[in-house]
Design a binder for this molecule. Sequence first.
Ligand SMILES: [Zn+2]
Ligand SMILES: [Zn+2]
Length: 364
Amino acid sequence: MKRAAAEKVSAALAPASESRQAVARQAVLFAPGDLRLCDFTPPRPGPGEILLRVKCALSCGTDLKTYRRGHPMWRLPTPFGHEFAGVVVETGEGVAGFKAGDELMAAPTAPCEECFYCRRGQENLCPQAMEKMVMGGYADFLLLPAHVVARNAFRKPPALAFEEAALLEPLSCVVHAQALARPESVESVLIIGAGAFGLLHMLALRAAGVREVAVAGRGADRLRWAGQLGADRVIDIAAGDPAAEVARINGGFGPDLVIECTGQVEGWRDAFARVRRGGRVVFFGGCAAGTALEVDTRRMHYDNLTLIAPFHFRPRDVRRAYELLAEGRLGAGRIINARRPLAEIGAVFEMLERGTVLKCAVIP
Ligand SMILES: [Zn+2]
Ligand SMILES: [Zn+2]
């Protein structure tokens, strides 16, 4: 992927079209904590590819983790940022669905549709999804590869703001998880973790019409936002007796479904402990490598628990997430609570480190 990009840089020395700058900016993560804005030449799109002028990129918990300690799937240095929306500048040969000037939203990955997992409908596990992930959203321009253009790119509805459209990737993860968890209208759901993913889950559950959504988390700001965005019950994990409060859900039976969004083993343990007999647990937040969860076999079997650990998303989830955003019923844009220009990308990550922002829109 790196080499392909380098080849395109030389090909792009031809006179730039009026909407394509000869030199543009792109944020590159060189090492943990070392994020720099670099000059780069926007490449000419090859067959099936699209050159996008980025209108908005969103910060993501995965970015913050990678900024702190690197990422097992991505080699450094790497262009950075994977949640984005923008305007088509130029299309490569054979691109049928888009033309210059179209407003576009896309997931940063797409499966091959040919491998072992894809043939079994588990495209989320397709090796290509992670290996060929689009990176470089924090930039003026971004090249979308052919596999993403063909499978996971959409025309942005005019009424949808670019920053809300850029939520397509995280919302696809949420939709996938809820497709496996199948929440019912009579059910009470507990979400553990009041970060951006926890609140996206809450908004999606609200739209799906479950009976009650409780959000358990920590931090006065986050808990206040959870309430403002529509949580029926907000539980402060750091105060009082949160376990007793959760146990009162469903008239004392406990939550039907627990969705764990902290990515901490402690949260996974809590999720397993708090769900009602016969309930389901979704382990949504991935934990650090080398951690383990011990499961009480008596509880697992005699309480008839269902444990679900969804990873990533499938094209059908991306399509559903796109529909939810296009319908505008979620009001998902409300979780974006900071905006900064691309020139301040370094300061954005310092701000994210302080933990006061759910999602920050980075505007080129
Ligand atoms: Zn993300
Ligand atoms: Zn595949």
